[in-house]
Design a protein around this ligand. Structure first.
Ligand SMILES: [Fe+2]
Length: 178
């Protein structure tokens, strides 16, 4: 497995926004206090508000109560960016682009795991086939984040992770996870 290229240099084959432009959008959006305040928060589960992203991208404002997370997944052929507006999120990711098809389980190499803590104002852009999970590990504090994807989410692939073994569990369409 080779290391992924710098995510901010990724441009899709169409003329949509770059990952850097998506990151700029989520950064500017996260500074909109009135918008953030409009997101309903639920102590039991995540909440979402759909936003219009730049250049036809799909964007979301997401609320994360303490202890919630996404599980391992990727966004297939979409590039994206997200940024924490309030609270703290943890991202676990893989420093590799996985082969897209023809496998059900993969044994990951030892040095492939990455982890970063995203405090308010910190975010990241990512390229296609970026495998990650995002968590609010706080015991008490809600987190709010802004996300943008282009092309608008064609599919989400969900994985389970047992030690070094990553297993493809299911492929979801946006209508399945909304
Ligand atoms: Fe994701």
């Amino acid at each position: 497995m080779s290391a992924s290229p710098s995510p901010v240099s990724v441009r899709t084959s169409t003329s949509g926004p770059t990952a850097a432009e998506l990151l700029d959008f989520v950064r500017r959006t996260a500074a909109d206090a009135a918008l953030l305040a409009s997101l309903p928060l639920d102590p039991e589960g995540r909440t979402w508000t759909r936003l219009d992203g730049p250049g036809g991208s799909e964007a979301w404002l997401i609320g994360w109560p303490p202890g919630t997370g996404t599980g391992w997944h990727d966004h297939a052929d979409s590039i994206g960016a997200f940024l924490t507006a309030s609270g703290t999120l943890k991202e676990h990711s893989l420093a590799a682009r996985l082969p897209t098809d023809g496998w059900r389980t993969l044994e990951l190499t030892e040095d492939i795991d990455r982890s970063r803590e995203l405090t308010p104002g910190r975010g990241r852009a990512f390229g296609r086939h970026h495998v990650h999970e995002v968590l609010n590990e706080s015991a008490a504090e809600h987190a709010v984040s802004v996300h943008a994807y282009y092309p608008p989410l064609p599919q989400i692939r969900r994985y389970s992770r047992t030690g070094a073994v990553l297993r493809l569990e299911q492929t979801e369409r946006p209508e399945d996870w909304q």
